[in-house]
Ligand binder design. Sequence first.
Ligand code: UDP
Length: 244
Amino acid sequence: MKINIRGIYFDNLTLSETVELILARLNKGEQTAVFTPNSEIVQSCIEDNSLYEVINSAEVVCPDGIGVVKAAKILQTPLKGKVAGIEVGERLIASLTDGSKSIFFMGSKPGVAEKAAEELQRKYPGIVVAGTNDGYFKKEGAENDAVIEKINASGADVLFVCLGAPAQEKWIYANRGRLNVTVMLGLGGSLDGYAGVVKRAPAIFIKLGLEWFYRLLCEPWRFKRMLKLPKFYFGTLRFKLTGK
Ligand code: UDP
């Protein structure tokens, strides 16, 4: 069942249930996009309505942020909890160690996808990496066509798209019809995380719902982007009171 939070339809699932759903669709060969919007992205949709169609086009939409979970509570349609994209990606990989399905990693700076693949293969022996590509190519025309051809030629079943949001969602929306993969996930900076290039917040920050704060400390240039978080929160309070 989907829960409408400010116009985005989220799946109300735990992390395990989300991965089970993705695996079931993968095994049935049903093409599936998985997006994991946080409140920054929902706020972007509110500010640019054309983004709603892109985000809501995914078959699986996970609430990757405490802001979305809080908003669900405010709107009295609670979600089971935050489902972090980076964890969905890793659990999915951990479920593919029998080697029957292969994975393609696309995104991040040159070398990062390969490093992530190496780390994950070490951690989860048996997984099959079909190929990798960095995320710094022109997202249209010949360069884009070449990347799509490379992915299709690899025979991958699962594709990680890590270009940052909303670029990765727009890319999947625009190109999914030409991709032969079954499951494609928009996973932001996850490859940086798997490769160990960027560290995730310590567990205590995650537990306290302060992962965003840790990120702000480490990457203060995110401040302007992060102003969307209080905007979304107070906007949701107003929406609850006034319906607008
Ligand atoms: N990135 C990319 N191509 C681009 C721009 C960005 O592959 O043209 C990558 C960047 O290297 C980083 C990821 O996209 O690995 C964005 O990570 P971030 O943590 O900012 O993701 P977000 O918070 O936007 O989901």
